[in-house]
Write a new protein. Structure first.
Lengths: 87, 137
């Protein structure tokens, strides 16, 4: 399943993001598309960690696509490349 | 590009972009635990929040340990002992969590876990991490 991440990605995005993550079919890769994202805060980073655990509980994996250089830098500071497939 | 520091209190900021940013994310996860404690109908299970915290504590500790080794930090062994002590305690507590059933028990556990982790981390940042970050200057 693919989710288009909203911009900005922050605590306000939670109401739509968490139900979308929970709706990912068991065993199916969850692809998070960052094409429109130019900013994300620590609440968003926390949500991504929780999305990872939520999908892991249904034997799925999470990957990020279309991350721009700024987003990649933030993910690198957070060491998320150790936890997610990022492109 | 840095992670904007919103949850990490001023006095616990160490001036290292990566370490402060990762601490900020841990504080954000503590906030999730607090929100869960306020609302038992929270949109995520407590287990998801706890596992996210455990995963990220491990990730953050590995980052710090690699940085200590690559920078030739003298107190790396002692710092690693502190990390592994916390990781062991977190695993034990999560094992205990899996035996809980009632909502009251889960709430009490969440509050206790938040207090335990927050106090541990604040002490660790104030003394051990601060000492390491000073060595990098």
């Amino acid at each position: 399943m693919k989710i288009k991440i909203p911009n900005p990605f922050n605590f306000q995005s939670r109401k739509t993001f968490i139900p979308q993550v929970k709706a990912n079919p068991p065993g199916e890769e969850l692809i998070l598309d960052f094409e429109n994202v130019s900013s994300l805060d620590s609440a968003a980073l926390g949500m991504l960690l929780m999305a990872r655990e939520q999908t892991k509980s249904t034997s799925s994996k999470v990957s990020f696509i279309n991350c721009n250089d700024s987003i990649k830098q933030i993910l690198e500071v957070a060491q998320f490349h150790m936890l997610f497939k990022i492109s | 590009m840095s992670i904007k520091l919103e949850q990490l209190p001023e006095q616990y900021r160490l001036g290292h972009k990566y370490i402060d940013g990762q601490h900020e994310i841990l504080f954000q996860l503590f906030k999730e635990l607090s929100e869960y404690c306020k609302d038992s109908n929270y949109d995520l299970d407590l287990s998801i929040i706890l596992l996210s915290l455990k995963t990220y504590v491990d990730t953050h500790f590995r980052y710090e340990e690699q940085l200590m080794e690559s920078s030739g930090y003298g107190d790396v062994a002692a710092h690693k002992i502190e990390h592994s002590s916390l990781e062991k305690q977190v695993v034990e507590r999560i094992e205990h969590f899996s035996t809980l059933n009632s909502n009251d028990e889960l709430m009490a556990f969440a509050l206790d876990m938040k207090g335990f982790l927050l106090n541990w981390l604040l002490e660790h940042i104030s003394v051990t991490d601060r000492k390491f970050c000073k060595s990098l200057v």
